[in-house]
Design a protein around this ligand. Structure first.
Ligand SMILES: *[C@@H]1O[C@H](CO)[C@@H](O)[C@H](O)[C@H]1NC(C)=O
Ligand SMILES: *[C@@H]1O[C@H](CO)[C@@H](O)[C@H](O)[C@H]1NC(C)=O
Ligand SMILES: *[C@@H]1O[C@H](CO)[C@@H](O)[C@H](O)[C@H]1NC(C)=O
Ligand SMILES: *[C@@H]1O[C@H](CO)[C@@H](O)[C@H](O)[C@H]1NC(C)=O
Ligand SMILES: *[C@@H]1O[C@H](CO)[C@@H](O)[C@H](O)[C@H]1NC(C)=O
Length: 370
């Protein structure tokens, strides 16, 4: 097993049977959206965050949550094109929750208005947060046109104050895509962004399974985002934190980045632990066991140690020492994503929160990240 995400199936809609699911989901999503648009004004009494009056920046904090994650992977509910249905009031509530855990978010694509809604939510909640916007890449020309024009429109409207960077593609190479095609799209985005003359640097990244990262790919981006999952390598959860660091720095991602002359930064762009599976057999993968207690172990052994490593890196860089190891990470992920049940196994169960936005039975580590 090659490590990160080797066994993972395509995360996208394919085939006739799935088209049927889309139609059903679209109908349900449409109904929900219609229902919500009439009730989205005013306080969020149906939700999990108490907002005072009409001011989304005034909300009750949950004492169980700590701003301890360097960054977090997030996809709003009902945002799988074309089954769009995500609504601003719910995304705003997500941002209220997630701002209590992190100051940085990572998105996966631009469809269903997610970039627009997330930036609007950050603005109206006034939380301290930046976001990696994303452009989904597959082999459909319309998908790319939509990602590009949506992202350009959103950046023209909101500017880049709350934008940490742009991620072009997620696991496109793992899903059989060509490096040349991906690099072409990355160049297209880089060219457009550099033409905007923003007051700050907006780095361009690509995300893929750690085992797919090559020097050729690293050479094309400012930031390499490697999804590194000890779960898919079948490790014991007690070894998972150390395995993640070692794989990132001493295996494909670290080796590829070390050989790239443009010296890109390297992030662990997904790392986490699943709490459940669709059937008993899928609860284990070699030494890896899914469960809430196991997620707690991963939180306890990874988060604060990784934060300490990130801080040490920043201190070394500030003192003029060149970067030799990489520790920045995006925790995978915010919420259980029920739409991923089409992939079975552990896929829908990686959230810190369940699909009803309830915190799972875990204690969030308390160690502020830089
Ligand atoms: C929005 O949130 C409400 C209350 O939490 C939930 O009932 C509804 O399904 C959500 N709608 C969408 C489209 O996510
Ligand atoms: C906002 O978060 C950044 C890290 O993303 C941190 O450096 C900064 O100090 C924070 N600002 C405030 C006002 O808390
Ligand atoms: C932190 O860095 C050390 C090496 O300095 C490494 O052994 C350890 O596994 C890292 N921990 C995490 C959680 O990244
Ligand atoms: C659970 O998911 C796995 C992996 O996709 C699949 O092989 C298996 O048939 C699923 N089990 C059930 C009960 O649906
Ligand atoms: C939550 O986890 C703790 C162990 O950390 C356990 O003692 C408790 O019974 C669990 N609560 C629920 C509701 O599962």
């Amino acid at each position: 097993m090659s490590g990160a995400r080797g066994s993972r199936k395509k995360w996208w809609w394919i085939g006739g049977a799935i088209a049927l699911i889309i139609i059903i989901a679209a109908a349900v999503g449409g109904t929900l959206a219609a229902k919500n648009s009439s009730s989205s004004k005013g306080s969020n009494t149906a939700g999990v965050v108490k907002t005072s009056g009409n001011d989304p920046s005034s909300f009750t904090k949950d004492p169980r949550l700590k701003q301890s994650f360097y960054s977090m992977c997030y996809t709003p509910f009902h945002a799988q094109y074309p089954a769009c249905g995500a609504v601003q009031s719910n995304v705003t509530e997500d941002i209220q929750l997630l701002s209590q855990l992190t100051t940085r978010l990572r998105l996966y694509g631009a469809d269903c208005g997610v970039s627009e809604m997330v930036l609007t939510a950050i603005e109206e909640t006034k939380v301290n947060m930046t976001v990696w916007l994303a452009l989904w890449v597959d082999d459909n020309a319309e998908t790319w046109q939509r990602q590009l024009s949506t992202t350009q429109d959103v950046l023209k409207k909101h500017g880049v104050d709350h934008v940490e960077g742009l991620i072009v593609g997620n696991e496109y190479i793992l899903n059989g895509g060509s490096v040349a095609t991906l690099l072409e799209k990355i160049t297209q985005v880089k060219t457009w962004v550099s033409g905007q003359n923003y007051a700050k640097t907006v780095p361009i990244a690509t995300a893929d399974a750690g085992s797919m990262i090559t020097t050729e790919l690293a050479q094309g981006v400012d930031v390499v985002m490697a999804n590194v999952h000890a779960w898919f390598a079948g490790t014991l959860v007690s070894d998972a934190a150390g395995w993640t660091w070692d794989y990132t720095n001493n295996n494909d991602p670290g080796i590829a980045v070390a050989a790239a002359t443009n010296k890109p930064d390297l992030w662990i762009a997904e790392t986490g632990w699943p709490t459940n599976a669709n059937d008993t057999a899928s609860l284990t993968l070699q030494g890896a066991q899914a469960g809430t207690a196991e997620l707690q172990t991963f939180l306890d052994t990874f988060v604060c140690q990784a934060n300490a490593n990130v801080t040490a890196d920043a201190t070394a860089v500030a003192a003029g020492t060149p970067v030799t190891v990489y520790n920045k990470y995006a925790f995978f992920e915010a919420f259980d994503e029920t739409w991923k049940s089409i992939y079975g196994g552990v896929e829908p169960y990686w959230g810190l929160f369940d699909a009803n936005k309830q915190l799972k039975n875990v204690t969030i580590p308390d160690c502020a990240s830089v």
